[in-house]
Design a protein. Structure first.
Length: 270
């Protein structure tokens, strides 16, 4: 893999004058993403590490691939990137209306309702991608995650060093939430319906009023959409933030009834 990484980096530096055999090397790199043998980003010692050469491979693929027609039953697609295949062998359930691009990885036990997973994304084992949810390019979704209906997980390809969205294991993301700009939701956290989390969104502790982070929801936090007042020359306005109602005890992140009780206590839907 080190040799392939070096080859991709060299091709990226010469991307305006690619050699004839570049496509073979680039497809070999993207195939590693498709099989799950490599990933665009991962958490190492608590920090997000981005493997830029794999993003470069995806960007090079778009330069090299030509538009092709792909027919799936009564549907016709025209794209540079083919769709994934062999879901049964991968032990992935895909409901009609769902699709994933080649170069994304779906681990065993993933369920895709009518939804979409883009190239470079990784979806961990036993995760549910619910109806009309989208997982953007290079987003990293952990194991046993539930992406509820209409959730939008943003993607990022350029610049190659930019960190993608990271959703860690055992996270629940409520209906119509939007998580973008490399934001991070840590292990066991729960987002109520309609949360918008960007890299600059303040995350505030409801008990103390203290800002605990920007764009980073802590482990096992139960977090909801909120606003906080800020004064401008034109008046006082409520700006969006994410409010941590409570932090679940270790092990409570698997208790859906506990989560429902906390949200209903505050009149919030999941």
């Amino acid at each position: 893999m080190a040799d392939l990484s070096a080859s991709i980096t060299a091709l990226w530096e010469a991307r305006d004058d690619l050699p004839a055999d570049a496509a073979t090397t680039v497809r070999a790199a993207v195939a590693l993403l498709d099989s799950g043998e490599a990933r665009v980003a991962e958490v190492v010692d608590g920090e997000v590490v981005v493997h830029e050469w794999l993003k470069q491979a995806i960007l090079l693929l778009f330069r090299l691939q030509k538009m092709e027609i792909e027919e799936v039953g009564p549907f016709e697609y025209v794209d540079k990137i083919p769709l994934k295949h062999d879901y049964s062998a991968a032990r992935v359930r895909v409901v009609p209306g769902a699709s994933a691009r080649w170069g994304s990885f779906l681990a065993p036990g993933v369920t895709m309702m009518p939804s979409y997973v883009n190239i470079g994304a990784r979806v961990g084992a036993d995760t549910m991608v619910d109806t009309w949810a989208t997982v953007g390019s290079c987003a990293q979704i952990g194991e046993r995650v539930h992406l509820s209906g209409g959730v939008g997980i943003g993607g990022v390809l350029e610049p190659p060093q930019a960190a993608p969205v990271i959703i860690e294991d055992d996270v629940f993301v409520g209906s119509r939430c939007i998580v973008v700009e490399g934001a991070r939701v840590r292990r066991g956290a729960k987002l109520g319906a309609g949360v918008i989390l960007t890299a600059s969104t303040p995350v505030i502790d409801a008990q103390t009023g203290a800002e605990v982070s920007r764009g980073d929801v802590p482990e096992r936090a139960v977090a909801v959409s909120a606003t906080r007042n800020k004064s401008f020359p034109g008046g006082d306005f409520g700006l969006p933030c994410v409010l941590i109602l409570r932090t679940l005890a270790e092990g409570e992140e698997h208790d859906k009834l506990k989560l429902n009780d906390i949200l209903r206590e505050h009149g919030i839907a999941t």
